[in-house]
Structure formats: C-alpha cells, structure tokens
Design a protein around this ligand. Structure first.
Ligand code: CO
Length: 288
C-alpha cells in the first residue's frame, strides 16, 4: 500500500469510530454530516464524496442540504456512508446505526455478510461466487440482499472504476487478482431487495466541461472544475440551495451527472456495511 492510501486508511478508521460516537437522536442531519466531513479534514484528508445519511427505505445517496430539517429519530435505521481521499487514494466505507433498537438482526446480517465476503477474498476467486455467499448469508436471516446495488472496483481518483462486486450470485464475473482494490457493500432489506431511483438528487459528478452559455451557470461550472474535478459534490458544499437553477442547467446541458436518491419499497428498512480492501497474494488487506 502506498503512503497516501495508508494515510487515508488511518483517517477512515478514526472517523468510523467518531461517526459512531457522535450519531445521537435529535442531531440534525446537516450537523452530523459536517461533523464527519470536518473530522476527515482535521485529520489531513478530504471527503471523497458528501457524507450519505440514508434512513430506513432510503438505500443511498441522500446528503443533507443547506437548510436541512431532518434530525435523527428513534424511528431510524441509519446508513452512514463515508469516503476518505488522500491525493486521490480513496477509502469508501459505511456503517449502519439502529436507533430503533429493534433491528439488530437486520443490521447484523449485513455485517456478517461483509465479514464472510472479506474472508473469501483472494486471487483466483470470482466476485460472483462471493456475491452468492453474501446472498446466502442475508437470506439465512430471512431478509433480502439488494440485487441491483453492488460493491465496486476503486482506482486512484475513480471511486466507481467499472467492475462490480455483486451482492448476489453471478456467473462469469471478474476473477480477483493481487493488487485489485474493491469496495464491498452488502445491503440487507426487509423489502423486495430491489431499489429504484427517486426524483430527488443533491449529489453530482462532473462528466463534461462542454461550454454553457448562461454566465451564472458557466461561473458555477468553473468552480466545480477547480474544486471537484474527480469528486462527487453537493449543493451544501457549494454554499447554495439544493434546487439551484445553475446546477439544474448544468445537469440538463450534460455537464453534471445527478446521483438520485435510491429507495426501496415504502416502509421497508435497509442496513449496509461497507469496507475497502486491497487483494494480496494470499488474501486481502482491509483498509477500514
Ligand atoms: Co461504495
């Protein structure tokens, strides 16, 4: 592991503990996200994407906005998805905190699936085989894995580098090799095991710098190119409102990709644990 990745790993471990300790009923989502993001910066890294705080049937991609009103409540199974970036070297991970006190098995199923998956990682093993073990583990608890959400290969400055690490059995999938870096992230659901995109998005990635006529949008694009060339970002980071006209125009013009909030069936609950690891000659080195 190079020095930057080692540093990102160390920060990720500390921030994981910090996120557990600071998440409390009554805390505003924005305050919570900023506590975590500021901790990453204080330790010498930067957030690899806006902290995702996704409760209950929301699987992923919700980040608080400037005027956020949501607070943590005792009705929430909350996924906290965090990324640490040191010079483009990334560590992506997630924990679930059960504020209901009633969903221990749901939470444990994802953790157990992740631990089993990690224990099977070594060169020569197919990711689709390990996906099958994730699926079996989750189903043995009476829940469903989310079949259309996957872990992913991670490269420098590229969080989702193409190859998927499935949460269900797949044939003819990628064969792990020494040096591969993957994020593995089992999602366990009380619902149907399938997510859809909601209409709402407030996390964006820069995908093209093609020209845009409107001077306000053009100025916004310049800021994004400078600060977030490789890093997904949100309106809160830019200090603007979530439905900012410039942001919407940049999406329409094809400059930005919007990452819509992903949701399961209404009333369902989802847990998730995620880690990032490097495949070694004999197994793997877990970064967080
Ligand atoms: Co991930």
């Amino acid at each position: 592991m190079n020095e930057d990745h080692l540093k990102a790993s160390g920060i990720a471990k500390q921030v994981k503990q910090f996120a557990r300790e600071t998440g409390k009923i009554g805390l505003n989502f924005r305050e919570y996200a900023e506590l975590i993001e500021n901790k990453i910066k204080e330790l010498g890294g930067k957030p690899a994407f806006p902290v995702n705080l996704s409760e209950n049937e929301i699987a992923a991609h919700y980040t608080p906005h400037l005027n956020e009103e949501k607070t943590i409540t005792s009705e929430m199974v909350l996924k906290v998805d965090i990324g640490v970036d040191v010079n483009g070297w990334l560590v992506d991970y997630a924990i679930t905190i059960d504020f209901t006190g009633e969903n221990k098995e749901l939470v444990d199923a994802s953790l157990e699936a992740l631990e089993k998956a990690v224990s099977l990682v070594k060169p020569g093993v197919e990711v689709g085989f390990i996906g099958g073990i994730i699926q079996e583990t989750i189903e043995s608890h009476g829940f469903k894995p989310i079949e259309n959400l996957s872990g992913h290969a991670v490269e420098q400055n590229n969080l989702h580098a193409g190859i998927e690490f499935p949460n269900v059995k797949r044939e003819n999938s990628h064969v792990l090799a020494s040096g591969d870096v993957f994020a593995i992230e089992p999602f366990t659901s009380t619902g149907r095991g399938y997510i859809t995109e909601s209409d709402y998005a407030d996390i964006y990635s820069l995908i093209s710098d093609k020209p845009i006529r409107n001077p306000v949008s053009r100025k916004l694009l310049e800021v994004i190119k400078k600060d977030y060339e490789f890093t997904p970002f949100c309106s809160r980071w830019l200090g603007i409102e979530e439905y900012n006209i410039g942001l919407r125009e940049l999406v329409r013009n094809g400059n930005l990709e919007a990452h819509n909030v992903l949701v399961e069936e209404k009333g369902s609950r989802i847990s998730q644990f995620e880690t990032t690891l490097i495949v070694t000659d004999s197994g793997s080195e877990v970064l967080v």
